[in-house]
Design a protein around this ligand. Structure first.
Ligand code: FAD
Length: 370
């Protein structure tokens, strides 16, 4: 008997109704009945049927949703996934050598410098990055020039825009998947994408299934991610009370061992991650991937000194990119006293990534049992 294809109807019950939708826009953007307008997005970013009759019941939306795991084994097999943090060739703590990037980046500026290397050497036509639009608001965009790539770096917020101008939306999540959809119409090829684990997961599933235009993506640079935040009224008030500050005083947030808030008076405050789970996006609490296990290269601050990026080099493509960027002076690795120190520091770095990955998996299992 033929197996019944799961459709958006199943996404509705298995994901949306359980408050697990991450509002990534993947199902809506890559819907086979897109031109027939079978789906639409509600104002808050949650997808819904606009006309169920028009659904072609192809099942693509279901298969590529980051909260649906049916393709996970195929993905693991095709990527050569290994426990506990996915396949990788080596880890490195590195930073940019470009003073301009150093001045604006989140951690060590490795992500931005790798993109600059790719652009300078005509290995990509552009990169999907997320440019700052205001405090806690990022907008996905395709960067075609060095200036555009550099201006999308970092997690520093200008503080010049106010909540009302931004439609009341403060979020650390940036929906890049609709930007992927636009690649074909723009006749672009060889694109790099910077994304969170859920976003890279969807892109890799699309590549696995041969769904266009995922084939145009040549490099995936994945960010570590314990969770993302939507600072609605309640969350903002929680943070203001917890830190005894005004929300507008925040100029930077970062996540490493804990949640790090930098204020405009230069003060830095650390909050344990267990506490900030309370204001994380609900969908993130069901995500199992911390270290972006399917990217060519993954990057985070965890495990490195301030000013450096922890870089997990996974694929051959990622290894070539990292090596060439290193050899051509785009980035430099942290210097260790000797081989013993290098070995110890790298062991500690991997142990931290394993510990955060395990924590995220356990949390997801708990959330999914609810
Ligand atoms: C939501 C979120 C959660 C994170 N959680 C952790 C964590 O728990 N632990 C950890 O160690 N690191 C985490 N990181 C990664 C960390 O903040 C840095 O992005 C990473 O260390 C790379 O630093 P860099 O200086 O090399 O990057 P940069 O050179 O500063 O470049 C950053 C790149 O990321 C892009 N970007 C920024 N925000 C987003 C976004 N929301 N979605 C997609 N792309 C974006 C920018 O456009 C830029 O291209 C998180 C990042 C994000 C966006």
């Amino acid at each position: 008997m033929e197996e019944e294809v799961k459709t958006f109807k199943d996404l509705q019950t298995e994901v949306i109704d359980r408050n697990l939708c991450g509002k990534c826009g993947g199902c809506y953007s890559f819907c086979s009945a897109g031109e027939l307008h079978a789906l639409e997005m509600e104002e808050d970013g949650v997808p819904k049927y606009s006309d169920e009759e028009k659904c072609l019941k192809c099942g693509i939306c279901y298969l590529i949703c980051p909260q649906i795991n049916v393709l996970n084994q195929d993905l693991k097999d095709s990527f050569g996934w290994k426990p506990p943090i996915g396949r990788y060739q080596r880890v490195s703590s590195a930073r940019t050598k470009d003073p301009k990037v150093r001045g604006v980046c989140t951690d060590g500026g490795v992500v931005t410098s790798l993109l600059l290397y790719l652009l300078d050497h005509n290995l990509i036509e552009g990169a999907i990055v997320s440019k700052k639009k205001g405090p806690f608001v990022r907008e996905p965009t395709i960067a075609f020039t060095r200036e555009e790539i550099v201006s999308a770096a970092g997690s520093q917020y200008s503080g010049s825009s106010h909540l009302e101008e931004l439609g009341g939306k403060y979020s650390t999540y940036s929906p890049i998947l609709p930007e992927v959809k636009s690649l074909e119409q723009k006749y672009l090829r060889n694109i790099a994408v910077v994304g969170t684990p859920c976003q890279i997961n969807t892109i890799k599933k699309m590549q696995c299934l041969g769904i266009l235009p995922a084939h145009l993506i040549e490099y995936t640079i994945g960010l570590f991610c314990i969770e993302s935040f939507s600072f609605d009224d309640l969350a903002r008030k929680w943070l203001e009370k917890r830190l005894a500050i005004d929300f507008d005083d925040i100029i930077k947030i970062n996540i490493k061992d804990d949640f790090i808030v930098t204020l405009n008076n230069g003060k830095t405050i650390h909050i344990p991650l267990e506490e900030v789970d309370a204001v994380a996006r609900p969908s993130c609490l069901a995500c199992r991937d911390f270290s972006n296990e399917y990217a060519d290269i993954s990057a985070g601050g965890l495990g490195s000194l301030d000013g450096y990026t922890t870089t997990v080099i996974r694929t051959d493509k990622g290894a070539n990119l990292f090596r060439n960027a290193l050899q051509q002076g785009y980035i430099e690795e942290v210097e260790y006293r000797d081989a013993d120190e290098r070995k110890n520091e790298k062991t500690k770095m991997v142990a931290k990534i394993v510990s955060f990955s395990t924590r995220k998996r356990i949390r997801a299992e708990q959330r999914l049992r609810e």
